[in-house]
Design a binder for this molecule. Structure first.
Ligand code: URA
Length: 265
């Protein structure tokens, strides 16, 4: 609707006047900044995904816990406004992988590349993860990759978008999507990557450094194996230390693989 308003043949008020009219008339959950950001995105030709638009997103009264199909869940998440992170992000980056995946890998949140591509783990951390999965004998195409938070949180510095850690209320707001993914997928094993994902599922006192690589019973027949985030390996400057950290990640993933039903990894 907004888009057609702005693209109505060049007649009517100019962009400044539109901005002022929209921010006065529209009060989205994130406040005037969100409205202003929508106007700027329309003007720059950026996609509007992430904003509630007619025909997409959550229908009034329908919550993630009411949805029983992955495609419908993904479509609903595309219009999520449960926390303010949706406003500056390009789009919701929902989980990806086969519906019969035996393993679900949960990261923190999409990064810059993922935000633009709309797919999880396609940037530098994704490359490390791919190598580690392969070294652990796990086929990525048989796994489902998702994140605890489904919008990229960042701070702009010049032209760069710098990753910001999601806070507790953003993680809490996004949790129903993850819960719904797990309820629909019913995997055998869950591997959390890094502290944010582990703490989202196991509570704030969980320490990855102490408990990584352990096999935990998460209930409902689901086994959880926590490990580090692959981006922690990208950041290690020393080659030997980085190789050792990579081998430790592979060892944790091998623990997860040992939990796979026969012939599924
Ligand atoms: N880091 C994450 O935690 N998830 C992604 O999808 C990419 C980078």
């Amino acid at each position: 609707m907004l888009k057609s308003l702005f693209q109505s043949g060049g007649r009517g008020p100019g962009p400044k006047r539109w901005t002022s009219m929209v921010t006065k008339a529209w009060s989205p959950p994130g406040g005037p900044d969100v409205a202003r950001s929508a106007v700027q995105r329309v003007e720059s030709g950026a996609p509007l995904a992430g904003f509630r638009t007619s025909g997409a997103g959550i229908q009034p009264g329908v919550e993630p816990q009411d949805i029983n199909e992955l495609d419908k869940l993904r479509a609903a998440a595309a219009g999520c406004t449960r926390c303010p992170l949706y406003a500056p992000a390009t789009q919701t980056v929902f989980g990806e992988g086969p519906a019969d995946a035996w393993l679900v890998l949960v990261g923190e949140q999409p990064g810059d590349r993922e935000d633009r591509a709309g797919e999880p783990f396609v940037g530098p951390a994704g490359r490390i993860l791919d190598e580690a999965l392969e070294a652990a004998g796990i086929a990525r195409e048989k796994t489902y990759l998702t994140n605890a938070v489904k919008h990229f949180k960042f701070e702009t510095r010049g032209k760069r978008r710098i990753h910001q850690k999601p806070n507790a209320s953003e993680i809490r707001a996004c949790r129903p999507w993850l819960d719904a993914e797990l309820r629909i997928l019913r995997p055998n094993v869950l591997a959390t990557l890094g502290a944010t994902a582990a703490q989202a599922l196991l509570g704030p006192s969980f320490r990855v450094g102490k408990q990584r690589g352990q096999v935990m019973d998460w209930g409902d027949g689901l086994t959880l194996v926590p490990t580090v985030h692959p981006s922690s390996i990208v950041r290690i400057p020393d080659r030997e230390d980085r190789d050792a950290a990579f081998r430790a990640l592979v060892a944790d993933l091998e623990v997860a693989r040992a939990q796979a039903p026969r012939g599924r990894a």
